[in-house]
Design a protein around this ligand. Structure first.
Ligand code: SF4
Ligand code: SF4
Length: 84
């Protein structure tokens, strides 16, 4: 399965939790700290590395606070094959 990582612009996040509702892996949590606007931003639970990089959180965010990085496993080629 693909692995992913997200970066959240915590100072722009307003803690609406739409991204949490959209995440199929349930790896987003609200921080117990406040940002400069007085909102509790979300953060990624990284201990189990279960983010798949599906980007549903980024699509759901009305303020485009989330950038997604996705690592797709490389398929191993047979020696007779050539990469294109
Ligand atoms: S990229 Fe997908 S799995 Fe990762 S935090 Fe966002 S919605 Fe969840
Ligand atoms: S949807 Fe966007 S603004 Fe709302 S909590 Fe998630 S990152 Fe923050």
């Amino acid at each position: 399965m693909a692995k992913g990582r997200i970066v959240i612009d915590v100072e722009r996040c307003k803690g609406c939790e739409l991204c949490r509702d959209a995440c199929p892996q349930d790896v987003l949590m609200l921080s117990d700290k406040f940002n400069n606007k007085g909102y509790r931003p979300v953060f990624l639970l990284e201990h189990d590395n279960e983010c798949t990089g599906c980007a549903l959180c980024a699509i759901a965010c009305p303020d485009a606070c989330i950038t997604v990085y996705r690592q797709v496993p490389q398929r191993r080629l047979h020696p007779a094959q050539t990469a294109v």
